[in-house]
Design a protein around this ligand. Structure first.
Ligand code: C2E
Ligand code: CA
Ligand code: CA
Length: 668
């Protein structure tokens, strides 16, 4: 992996036959020509010596010596060029200049052999004439093998060498000479055509080799780069990280891993589509990469997760912390400018988790995991922020892990329990019960759902837990509702709701337990319907036609729900408790609740206010027309057994059996 340029992404060249491919092949051809120079020079020397000796008796000595000098002088020049050419790097592209030079030299060399037919060609001496022709033909045959990679060079040599001898035979004027001229001509044609064929074969084989190299490079590239963003992928990152950790230990400096996760990317993907999501990831990659120093790496782990590997941020811990925070801050600010995609102006932020090495950790996987933990802390702190990994964070992770493991056991060993919190109307009569999960942990005692629901959701165990909640709540309802008409409110998690078998499962439970679906209200959150609106609406409609009622839980905390709310067949909005808790003190909360109530009334949707703790809050809500409540002022969630025994006591002593006042339930 190390022979790949790891820093800057570049689109992999798609076509091997493009300009890059052509110049590679040209370079290859020129290299072959120059590689055969030594062999050629030996042939030139041997032939010129033999020719000079043989012609010594029939040609003037000065002519022979002059020709010998010029021919081998040229050889010396070729030797010099050859030595210079060898200094080019093996992978380097050969400049065109060398190709031109090869053509020139081939022509010059061809001329020296052509000159033989002019100056070393004795008149009226057939034997010596045939001998010269033989030598020239031999040189041409040799040139075919050494010069064919460049057809122009081969042709230049052969024509310059053969034409004079053909003309010369012709000039001699005898029948035999004419025949010799014709033979020489035929021979030249043959050599030229052989040269062409050879040239074609060599080019093809170079092209094949070039394509194989390209294919190998492409495979290498795909194995190490992310195809969407062209950034290094996890594999390349891990290799790089290993090297950097080793280097930091050796040179005693500190490096950093920055774990970046885009905030609310899912919402963008879900509401605007994957094409926009992908385009956003590409633009993010581009912004990140433009800001990297050459020695640093920006990589994509997958989804909306990116890693920035900073090879060196300082020598001491304080210095490293300062520097890395500054850098991370700059990265946060890279997101100040909106992204423009397909006519959308997207304001995106990012949460960053940092882990330093080799301080905190020197194993690559652990380091990534720790930066992930820190990133998670940044999300918890409200997103669009930075957190550095601290050992305390590990404890949170460990406890999450043990929760995760424990949950399996909880489900199998019956450690889960449902508590019930009443919902009341303006006359203090109980109109419903919300089923709320508790975990009776053998060591830790009762654990609130906030500590484990999210983990169960992440691991998928929520589906089994949710099934258990639904069937238990229905059983309980059938035990208490013999003569009362209470609404059983059941929380449904996103994963559960997303299951295609959800509606069927519910119908089964209802028919098994014999409860009336009209007494069951499913609480869903805005977020879960937004993921795939059409499917969600379809599912909601199926539930409605099966008789269930639906409420939107935690209303006001989701994102872009208002536009869709009209299309959701819901009966109730539950105003989130965060707005209700301080409603009489916080003006903003009061305004929001006012708006929600007005909107719900307009849309003819009922309202339940959650988290009513004080008389003041209750009065405020009453004054704004809210008529249904849930909160500690009326009653906290209680175990089923307690609820059941209170109900039967009340029923024994009361004549109005289907209305229970909250005061009698709470024993006031
Ligand atoms: P939620 O659905 O919003 O449930 C209401 C939460 O508000 C409950 O917390 C309840 O105890 C609390 N609450 C009620 N009245 C008051 C009040 O006056 N003041 C304050 N401060 N809090 C009040 P709980 O039982 O801890 O449940 C927390 C969350 O856990 C629930 O919020 C719900 O999102 C989730 N959850 C609970 N049970 C289940 C379940 O069976 N399945 C799923 N998927 N989630 C559940
Ligand atoms: Ca709820
Ligand atoms: Ca709620």
């Amino acid at each position: 992996m190390d022979n790949i340029d790891q820093n800057k992404p570049s689109q992999f060249p798609e076509s091997g036959r493009g300009c890059g491919g052509q110049s590679d092949i040209r370079s290859g051809l020129v290299r072959i020509i120059y590689s055969s120079v030594p062999l050629t020079l030996i042939a030139v020397l041997a032939n010129s010596v033999v020719l000079s000796i043989v012609q010594w008796g029939v040609i003037a000595h000065t002519t022979i010596l002059a020709w010998f000098g010029v021919t081998n002088g040229l050889s010396l020049v070729r030797l010099g060029l050859y030595l210079k050419f060898r200094k080019l790097g093996a992978e380097e592209e050969v400049p065109v200049f060398w190709a031109h030079l090869a053509l020139l030299i081939s022509a010059a060399s061809g001329l020296t052999w052509g000159a033989v037919a002019i100056w070393l060609f004795p008149e009226n001496d057939y034997v010596h004439q045939v001998f010269t022709a033989f030598v020239i033909a031999g040189m041409c045959a040799g040139a075919v093998t050494t010069l064919s990679p460049m057809l122009s060079s081969a042709f230049a040599f052969i024509l310059c060498a053969m034409l004079p001898v053909i003309v010369r035979f012709f000039q001699e004027g005898t029948d035999v000479n004419y025949a010799m001229a014709a033979m020489a001509f035929l021979f030249a044609m043959m050599v030229l055509s052989t040269s062409r064929k050879l040239n074609y074969t060599i080019r093809e084989s170079l092209l094949l080799r070039h394509e194989r190299v390209l294919a190998e490079e492409r495979i290498q590239y795909q194995a190490h780069y992310d195809s969407l963003t062209q950034l290094p992928n996890r594999r390349l990152l891990i290799g790089r990280l290993k090297q950097e950790i080793a280097r930091s230990v050796r040179h005693k400096h500190i490096g950093a891993v920055l774990f970046l996760d885009l905030d609310h990317f899912k919402t963008i993907n879900d509401s605007l589509g994957h094409t926009v999501g992908d385009a956003l990831l590409k633009q993010v990659a581009l912004r990140l990469n433009q800001r990297m120093r050459d020695e640093d790496t920006a990589a994509r782990l997958g989804g909306d997760e990116f890693i920035i590997l900073l090879s060196e941020v300082g020598d001491g811990t304080d210095e490293a912390m300062d520097n890395v925070m500054n850098l991370a801050d700059k990265i946060l600010h890279l997101f100040d400018m909106p992204f423009y995609i397909d006519g959308h102006e997207l304001h995106v932020t990012v949460s960053i988790g940092i882990a330093l090495f080799p301080l905190i950790e020197s194993s690559t996987e652990q380091l990534l995991q720790k930066s992930d933990v820190a990133m998670y802390e940044a999300k918890k702190a409200g997103r669009n922020t930075i957190r550095i990994f601290l050992p305390e964070m590990q404890r949170t992770v460990d406890s999450r892990r043990s929760t995760e493991k424990g949950l399996h056991r909880a489900l199998a060993e019956g450690e889960l329990e449902l508590y019930y919190q009443p919902q009341v109307d303006a006359d203090n009569n109980i109109i419903g019960l919300e089923a709320l999960l508790r975990w009776n942990h053998p060591v830790r005692g009762i654990i609130a759902p906030e500590e484990f629901i999210e983990i169960a959701e992440k691991t998928g165990l929520i589906v089994q837990i949710g099934d258990w909640v639904i069937s238990t709540a229905c059983k309980h309802l059938s035990q208490i509702s013999a003569n009362s008409e209470l609404m059983m409110c059941i929380n449904v998690s996103p994963r559960q709701f997303g299951e295609s078998s959800f509606v069927d499962k519910l119908n089964n439970v209802v028919s098994e337990t014999g409860v009336n679906p009209e007494n069951i209200q499913l609480e869903i959150t805005e977020g879960m319907v937004l993921r795939d609106i059409e499917t969600a609406i379809d599912r909601m409609q199926k539930l409605k036609s099966a008789g269930f009622s639906l409420s939107i839980d935690d209303f006001g905390t989701g994102y872009s729900s208002l536009a869709y709310l009209k299309r959701f067949p819901v009966d109730i909005l539950k105003i989130d408790r965060s707005f209700v808790l301080d409603i009489d003190k916080d003006e903003n909360d009061a305004v929001i609740v006012d708006a929600i109530i007005a909107m719900a009334r307009h849309m003819k949707i009922d309202i339940v206010a959650e988290g009513v703790e004080t008389k003041q809050a209750l009065d405020f809500l009453l004054s704004r027309g809210c008529r249904k409540f849930q909160g500690y002022i009326f009653g906290r969630p209680m175990p089923f057994n307690k609820l059941l025994s209170r109900f039967s006591e009340i029923k024994k002593s009361s004549h109005r059996t289907n209305v229970i006042n909250i005061r009698s339930l709470m024993n006031e």
